[in-house]
Design a protein. Sequence first.
Length: 79
Amino acid sequence: MKNGKCPKCNSTNVFKNQRGLDWGGKSQWIELWFGSLDQRTNEYSDCDSYICTDCGYFENYLLDKEVLQKVRSQWTRAA
């Protein structure tokens, strides 16, 4: 979506806003959880939000490099 094209419907009606969505109880950050359920810690990251106004698909991109590094070291790799 960063290229202005929706990956779901191929529309070019894609719009961007920094901190465009409300997640994790903080109006400008995405909240990520780390650790086990009984000993969880959290981190926040600013994000860029992209929304396709034709199909409603949206993506968020975290901007905090330290939080991204923590995800890399503590979350499970997909597939």
